[in-house]
Design a protein around this ligand. Structure first.
Ligand SMILES: NC(=O)c1ccc[n+]([C@@H]2O[C@H](COP(=O)([O-])OP(=O)(O)OC[C@H]3O[C@@H](n4cnc5c(N)ncnc54)[C@H](OP(=O)(O)O)[C@@H]3O)[C@@H](O)[C@H]2O)c1
Length: 390
């Protein structure tokens, strides 16, 4: 495509967008023509100065005007590049106009959403157009849901072909959240009925695999299977993404089931997580308590310090079984929410821009759009994908 940029990053003035810009500055290489887009020219200029300290050539990095309330500005960005990265969230509030612009312009799109209702609505409203124009709309290219989606793909590839497979994922992490993430979580919890409706509608129109079955299991399992402790079923976007990859790819076999769990060592921690989620859900229901909740949270733009991020880590263990075989795998890395998320998001965009990938279009998952090519990129970038037992 004859466009001036390979990648445009929208949201670099925010917390995660800033880290993504720094990652691109250090790793995109001179073969990538990239630019920043945002609504505030002075803040964009300040980000560019910071990047020029990493690589002096970035003093000339192009800056584009884009505001999620100005559709024409987003259309112009989508027409000017092959791939758009956006970290402008909450996506339920700011996300749709850019997805629409990319679907119309045939531009590849990656984001960091963890909002299931947003992904389902974008499927219902823009998937068909993106298929027609050839745009690959790839949501959830951060900790939600890359380690889960690619970790399950990696596990399935180590089990026999053509037999029923069962995979369970166990998530452990020690990390803190940014203001932007917490405000996005309030958006998710404030409209649970809308989210359920959008999922039902998407499931009603999305083609199902012929002659194959894909199931999500929320049955609690003892964590003795991977060394003790307590497990809580996770009804997050990740398992929905895994199910959609399994529906799209024959390699997941004739009857695939997946369950995802938060794994904690002590009962008190499990009770704390369940109580915290319950309290936030309750407070997010009514406008006055929702406003109170927003005031209590860190402001958008704030996030954990470099020292806090350096101490953070995650580990996802997968137990896969099928055809009489069993394999235990792990995907692991540093700070899941920001350091590793910025890496995963930037590498996803670089993968779409530069790698030889299967022909896909419309709303597609990371396993379907990029699969092994993205696993290889992430391994080279320092994330671990490994077999623990086979
Ligand atoms: N799922 C995951 O793994 C994961 C991990 C990290 C983050 N996230 C998600 O990523 C998103 C960003 O998080 P964050 O902490 O980086 O947020 P943030 O610091 O609040 O950054 C938000 C960005 O959006 C921009 N923005 C807001 N309204 C805009 C508008 N109308 N037009 C153009 N730009 C606008 C802001 O620009 P200004 O600077 O001009 O205000 C800023 O650049 C959140 O939705 C969060 O949940 C997800």
């Amino acid at each position: 495509m004859n466009r001036p940029h390979d990648i445009v990053l929208f949201g670099a003035t925010g917390f995660t967008g800033g880290l993504t810009a720094e990652y691109l500055a250090a790793h995109a290489g001179s073969g990538t023509r990239w630019a920043l887009a945002g609504r505030n020219p002075a803040k964009l200029e300040a980000v560019r100065e910071r990047l020029a300290a990493i690589d002096a050539r970035l003093k000339e990095l192009p800056l584009l005007h884009a505001d999620s309330t100005d559709q024409a500005s987003l259309e112009a960005v989508a027409r000017a590049t092959r791939v758009v990265i956006t970290t402008v969230g909450p996506y339920l509030v700011h996300g749709e106009p850019l997805v629409a612009a990319c679907a119309r312009a045939g531009t590849d799109y990656v984001d960091l959403t963890g909002e299931p209702g947003f992904v389902d609505r974008m499927y219902l409203r823009h998937h068909e157009q993106a298929r027609r124009t050839g745009a690959r709309i790839v949501h959830a290219c951060g900790f939600d849901s890359i380690p889960h989606d690619l970790g399950v793909l990696y596990t399935v590839q180590r089990l026999p072909e053509g037999v029923p497979l069962r995979v369970e994922g166990f998530v452990r992490a020690d990390a803190r959240f940014s203001g932007g993430t917490l405000h996005s979580a309030v958006e998710i919890f404030s409209d649970v009925p809308g989210m359920v409706k959008a999922e039902r509608e998407r499931l009603g129109v999305e083609p199902r695999p012929e002659g194959r079955r894909v199931r999500l299991s929320r049955r609690p399992v003892p964590r003795t299977r991977i060394g003790g402790g307590w497990t809580l079923p996770m009804a997050t976007l990740d398992s929905r993404i895994v199910a959609r990859s399994a529906a799209a790819l024959d390699r997941y076999g004739p009857d695939f089931s997946y369950g995802q769990f938060l794994a904690v060592r002590h009962l008190a921690a499990a009770a704390g997580v369940a109580g915290g989620v319950g309290a936030v859900t309750a407070l997010a229901q009514l406008p006055p308590t929702r406003s109170l909740l927003r005031r209590l949270l860190p402001a958008p733009g704030e996030g954990p310090s470099a020292e806090q991020r350096a101490r953070s880590w995650f580990s996802l263990k997968f137990v896969g079984e099928g055809g009489g075989e069993r394999v235990v795998t792990e995907v692991a890395g540093g700070d899941p929410g920001y350091g590793e998320t910025a890496k995963m998001l930037a590498e996803s965009a670089l993968c779409l821009a530069h790698d030889d990938l299967p022909a896909t279009s419309g709303q597609v998952t990371t396993a379907v759009a990029m699969g092994d090519a993205l696993i290889r990129r992430l391994e080279r970038a320092g994330l671990a994908f490994r077999v623990l037992e086979s």
